[in-house]
Design a protein around this ligand. Structure first.
Ligand code: TYC
Length: 102
């Protein structure tokens, strides 16, 4: 006996019941005190950027006030923000890292 879900015609026409989980953009914010080379090191260490990519993002943040480090599922974004904030505080820099739902 075919259920509603198993019927070939409805399989193709029904919408998925669950929305895909949201993604979060992780950003760095500018400040007047965190050294540029520290920001570059953060982007290399926590976001897998090479020196050139990291330098471009750091300069964008310095000039425009904010810049994208990456886009991740919620748990990964939350962990990255916490790791960056802890690392910055260990080194006594005011660097801010935030996440925004897409
Ligand atoms: N504005 C900082 C300076 O002039 C550099 C900086 C860049 C700080 C990016 C934070 O997220 C940041 N030393």
């Amino acid at each position: 006996m075919a259920t509603r879900e198993q019927d070939a015609s409805t399989l193709l026409t029904q919408r998925p019941r669950t929305a895909p989980p949201p993604l979060y953009t992780v950003l760095l914010l500018n400040d007047d005190y965190t050294p540029m080379d520290f920001v570059v090191a953060v982007l290399e260490r926590f976001f897998g950027k090479d020196k050139e990519q990291a330098t471009q993002i750091m300069l964008k943040v310095h000039i425009e006030g904010r810049g994208v480090c990456g886009v991740y599922p919620r748990d990964i974004a939350t962990t990255k923000v916490a790791q960056v904030m802890a690392f910055a505080r260990e080194h006594q820099h005011p660097l801010a890292c935030v996440m925004e739902e897409n």
